[in-house]
Design a protein around this ligand. Structure first.
Ligand SMILES: Cc1ncc(COP(=O)(O)O)c(C=O)c1O
Length: 435
């Protein structure tokens, strides 16, 4: 008997619209979902930017099943299991060399709050407890917990929720359609937007600032690619003032931009990298924070029987998540997926930019296997035109994502050229019909 749709309050969903016309998924494999009435749907968003190796990969499925039978749970406080260490080692090996300590969480939002707490505590343990300010960026998305929405800069995610964390400020965003629209890859203009951090340093005094957090590529706000030189400049300013630089790589991690992490693609090493999603190929919830040895070591003082960092989750390093993570990283390595975007990005970019000139398309942005197509909003009805395109594509067998009036694509890294063609042609038709 199928359930009624009443009880479930769905997250980030237009609940009333959905329940009038539900979109139910029943199974998944490779590049596809199947709906409960048997329709095949091309997944062009890797689930939710997470299923980077495609769905139901046998090695990962088997690892989870075997782990559940062998060790279903292990307490992570004062206890451990070997796969937690094995996965931390594998993650550290993928991250930039200096970031060799790994703390596990269960989601991107938890990785964000973990990193912010770590940054504050790090300064305190080394005698700089006056560094209490956290700096985010306009249009940033850092999950939905209080720390994350405080440093985040997406208005709809913030305005309902009161004053949030005290002592937070934001640098300006990097979107500059006048100079950079329709850029293929990294925009030429806008490195100087990083200097906005100097403005905040002058305003607050840099000695009060603990950390700056940014997404190297801002995804949820509509796919904003960092201008050339921008991240380097942020790094320089942070170095000058003793401020930690945190990259939220929850969507850019694990091959999305053609390297394991966007830090490597852009050649800028932050002090912490946050990850989740692709860490387990989306199969079991898990996140992580990779940090510099020096940050970790600053905590390793005091009597040895005492806890050094008062933070952690019941499900940190959950055995099922660790098994899924190890099998995921093996699958990525065996199939070269963490660098496959380098081979596919040229074809993807050309296909994506062929949508230029369609009615109401006002910008197209891309890097690696991420793409955004921005549409002019319907007068007085923001986000509706893009939502109509989303519904139309779904009807035609292609799952895309929208944020505001931007269509966002982040396919599994196994995508083939013919599937890119299917995506683009379906979107082209839907944009034309939405005119
Ligand atoms: C950059 C970034 N940070 C954090 C998050 C939050 O991750 P989660 O939904 O796993 O809490 C997301 C989710 O999309 C994200 O894109």
């Amino acid at each position: 008997m199928s359930p009624t749709l009443d009880a479930y309050w769905m997250p980030f969903t237009a609940n009333r619209q959905f329940k009038k016309s539900p979109r139910m998924l029943a199974k998944a494999s490779g590049m596809h979902f199947w709906t409960d009435d048997g329709r095949q749907i091309l997944d062009t968003i890797a689930g939710l930017w997470c299923v980077n190796a495609g769905h139901a990969r046998p090695k990962i499925v088997q690892a989870i099943a075997e782990q559940a039978a062998q060790l279903d749970y292990a307490p992570p406080f004062q206890m451990a299991h070997p796969k937690a260490f094995a996965l931390a080692e594998r993650v550290a090996a993928l991250a930039p060399a200096e970031l060799n300590k790994v703390f596990f969480t269960n989601s991107g939002s938890e990785s964000v709050d973990t990193a912010l707490k770590m940054a504050l505590a790090y300064h305190r343990v080394r005698g700089e407890g006056h560094r209490t300010r956290l700096i985010g960026r306009e249009r940033g998305y850092h999950g939905v917990n209080f720390g994350g929405i405080s440093v985040g800069g997406m208005v709809a995610n913030r305005k309902m929720f009161g004053a949030m964390l005290a002592g937070v400020d934001h640098i300006r965003h990097t979107h500059d359609p006048t100079r950079n629209s329709y850029t293929v890859g990294q925009p030429e203009h806008g490195a100087e937007f990083a200097d906005d951090l100097e403005r905040l340093c002058a305003l607050h005094d840099p000695s009060t600032i603990a950390a700056v957090i940014v997404e190297p590529v801002a995804g949820s706000t509509g796919v904003l690619i960092p201008p050339k030189g921008y991240l380097n400049r942020l790094r320089e300013i942070c170095d000058r003032h003793g401020i930690l630089l945190i990259f939220d790589e929850v969507i850019t991690g694990f091959g999305r931009t053609g390297q394991p992490f966007a830090a490597q693609t852009f050649g800028v090493t932050p002090d912490m990298i946050l990850m989740a999603k692709g860490l387990t190929n989306g199969c079991v919830p898990m996140g992580a924070v990779a940090v510099r040895q020096s940050i970790h070591d600053a905590f390793m003082t005091g009597p040895e029987h005492l806890i050094e960092f008062f933070h952690g989750y019941t499900y940190s390093s959950h055995p099922l998540a660790c098994a899924a993570g190890l099998a995921t990283l093996e699958t990525y390595a065996e199939e070269g997926l963490l660098t496959r975007a380098q081979q596919m990005q040229g074809y993807f970019a050309e296909a994506l930019h062929s949508l230029r000139g369609l009615p109401n398309v006002i910008d197209i942005r891309n890097i690696g296997l991420v793409g955004g197509v921005e549409l002019a909003p319907l007068p007085g009805e923001p986000a509706k035109r893009a939502f109509n395109v989303f519904l139309d594509c779904y009807d035609k067998g292609v799952l895309i994502r929208t944020t505001g009036d931007t269509l966002a694509f982040s396919p599994p890294l196994i995508i083939e050229r013919a599937q890119i063609d299917q995506l683009i042609e379906t979107v082209r038709g839907a944009i034309q019909r939405a005119a």
